[in-house]
Design a protein around this ligand. Sequence first.
Ligand SMILES: [Ca+2]
Ligand SMILES: [Ca+2]
Length: 316
Amino acid sequence: MRTATVGLSALLACSSLVACGSSSSRADRPGVSGRAPERAITVDGVVDEWPLDSVMTADEHYLYMRFLLEGDPVALQANDETVTIRLDLDGNADTGRVFDDPAEGAAMGIDLAIHMSPQDADGAVTRGSSAVAYLGDTDEDGEDPGTQIDLSAIDYHTAPSFASSWFEARLARDLAGLGLPVARDGDRAAGMVVVRGPSGAAEGWSAPFSAELPALAEGPALADVRIPPKPSRAIRVVCWNVLFASPSEQPRPFARVLRELDPDIILLQEWTEDPIHIRGWFNALMPRPTSWNVRTGEGWGVASAPPHPFSDFAAT
Ligand SMILES: [Ca+2]
Ligand SMILES: [Ca+2]
């Protein structure tokens, strides 16, 4: 994949490990923009559905970006540098905050910044991702320090989560509820990817990119995940890390997903409660003519839960 795409105008960010001279020259390319894709963008870490010259695009619900980090593949959320997507959501320098590092981005009014492996207050690079909105509130120095917001509030998603060079990301367009500007039909959104090292200074960056946006949907996007049908005579195995026994705290969403998946065997991690409790959960939330079967292992929070007797599997 990388061999086929290096050198195209879609090539964006370069890390501090790579000379960035070519990056600034790309800033002069107005063509680094958002041609609408013929195929819908799926944020799965594979970028072959993107038009070759497009790095930002949008549909009625989401704004999409893709970028390449030169150098060794990295995991964005566990990186030793901070990768930031700066977004001028309304293409308007009068809203948001102006960043002049690097100077190529100084014409944008950045309304939202998404940091991957963000730096903490002491400048240390940390794991995970965070987002900061620039809503026009200023401190005593007249600068907008930004307001930390929850990533789930902007419906942000990026892929892949493993070490890679290409990444794609998306976020919701309608962020009016957060006080952020909303681009309408025919408006442009713009952005830039910036790589910052331990000093906090920009050490690599993309050319600015932008896209003309289509009409905005009336309501929020609905999930459209389609579960493939289970072939006849097949056994479906679901393996799920439920994060500190979360099904006990939020039973409905877990039960809804499991009912749709209709698994024959469920392998669970981090369900730390005893097998009687887990079996009771399944019997209550996913009732069957006969009781569920649950066994826990010696590993921490490991359990298996088939609806059929374990002896059925042992016999085959
Ligand atoms: Ca994709
Ligand atoms: Ca703006």
